[in-house]
Ligand binder design. Structure first.
Ligand code: HSE
Length: 438
């Protein structure tokens, strides 16, 4: 059968990896897809730059529009990133009747609803496995493998860069900046690394996961996002002392009141498998009503792992070329006209347990005043530890673990506690999730 011609937009880390994987595993891939998958064109920023892949049989161009407008290109692979030029190219490629494979989480999370609507109108596929958790086939697992379940919640370590930073801070006491620079050098971090450390990249991925898990439109703008920038080595060691690990988690939960969609630093009991996912690795725990908890683990970034997902999408697209568009797997797992409008809850209406660390003057009644305010706001204490002062007369750290409470109540209580004259106003507060299967 005639080969399928691919045009790649962007031949950097993931683009180069994709060419390498397609070349290295060409026979296996053809046997799986039923047709040869051939990269015939690729766009680059500079024609002279050294590449990690062999480009001898690829026509290189600096003009991505040449590819999306080329009549011989069947599938466009968008690996430019960002949601300005990439969006324009993807939209034009769809209008030109081309199938699209993309690793672009920002594009899908922010513009996916309109992109999928246009793709459906044109009868083409937009595949995006590589957009979430690099090489882990989590989109396919949730969209197809768990199709018989009501997904109740999922929680994931879905930003490799921040997980790498937290792991190195804990294991080697390295500074945040030092580890971030290394993540950039290794090609893990986004072009703008604030996306990694401020939780935005994780929120893009979580938005996508929540949509395919719950059958709701993509709503990135409603996600609650808190990054890891303010975390200290003290937070990491305090977590360890209490039997927890500190992770940047993306959590999506279907509750009776609506959907929780939140990314924030989280303490997890160290015995959980998820707590032991270290370095640049990603993992997602998905709880379905029929299957119970399932865990997906693997490399969340890097050339070959992300290429693994891109190539899997290419194989899927090639296999589906002869299928009627209405019989293909829907972009967001549920049929486009069957998405529902369950509300995304504001963070004040989300409930979780808390780790608090206060700095208090070492004098009578301080603890009593603090616990009185917590009690008045119906916040129940699970554990409380007063540590020794670092030096004579210095403030003492008080660490408190609470039971689950609505965020609104915690905000009210901490507002009052921070005004107590014997408490430093700057209170450390980190959410705790036990990730049980209920
Ligand atoms: N910057 C991302 C990460 C790359 O660190 O996880 C993969 O999406």
């Amino acid at each position: 059968m005639k080969p399928v011609n691919i045009g790649i937009l962007g031949l950097g880390t993931v683009g180069g990896g994709t060419v390498n994987v397609l070349n290295r595993n060409a026979d296996e891939i053809t046997r799986r897809a039923g047709r040869e998958i051939r990269v015939t064109m690729a766009s680059v920023r500079s024609l002279d730059k050294p590449r990690i892949c062999d480009t001898s049989s690829i026509k290189l161009t600096t003009d991505s529009f040449e590819i999306i407008n080329h009549p011989d290109i069947d599938v466009v692979v968008e690996l430019i990133g960002g949601d300005t030029l990439a969006l324009e190219l993807v939209q034009k490629a769809i209008t030109n009747g081309k199938h699209v494979v993309t690793a672009n989480k920002a594009l899908i999370a922010v513009h996916g609803n309109e992109v999928f609507a246009e793709a459906q109108r044109m009868g083409v596929t937009v595949a995006f496995e590589a957009a979430v958790a690099g090489g882990i086939p989590i989109i396919k697992a949730v969209r197809e493998g768990l199709a018989g379940n009501r997904v109740q919640w999922l929680a994931g370590i879905i930003n490799g860069t921040s997980n790498f930073i937290l792991t190195e801070m804990r294991d080697k006491g390295r500074s945040f900046e030092d580890v971030l620079a290394e993540a950039q050098k290794l090609g893990y971090a986004e072009a703008d690394p604030t996306f990694d450390v401020d939780g935005i990249d994780a929120a893009h991925k979580l938005t996508i996961l929540a949509s395919i898990a719950f059958g709701i439109p993509l709503q990135f703008d409603k996600a609650y996002i808190e990054g890891i920038r303010s975390l200290t080595t003290q937070d990491v060691t305090d977590a360890a002392d209490l039997g927890f690990r500190l992770k940047l988690l993306g959590i999506a939960k279907h509750t009776d009141n609506g959907v929780e969609l939140r990314v924030h630093p989280t303490l997890i009991p160290e015995k959980r498998l998820l707590a032991n996912v270290d370095g640049v690795m990603n993992a997602i725990l998905v709880n379905g009503d029929a299957v119970g908890p399932t865990l997906y683990y693997g490399a969340g970034a890097g050339a070959d792992p992300t290429a693994s997902a891109v190539v899997a999408d290419l194989v899927d697209v090639v296999r589906a070329l002869t299928t009627d568009p209405e019989n293909r797997v829907p972009h967001l797992a549920f049929q486009a006209d069957a998405l529902n409008d369950t509300v995304i809850l504001p963070i004040e209406e989300v409930s979780s347990a808390w780790f608090l660390r206060l700095q208090a003057q070492d004098q009578p009644n301080v603890l009593a005043n603090v616990t009185k305010i917590l009690g008045e706001n119906a916040i129940s204490i699970e554990a409380i530890v007063q540590k020794a002062p670092h030096q004579q007369g210095a403030n003492v750290p008080i660490v408190i673990l609470t039971h689950s409470v609505f965020e609104k109540a915690m905000n009210q209580a901490l507002g009052k506690i921070s005004k107590l004259p014997e408490i430093e106003p700057d209170i450390t507060r980190i959410r705790v999730e036990y990730l049980g299967s209920d």
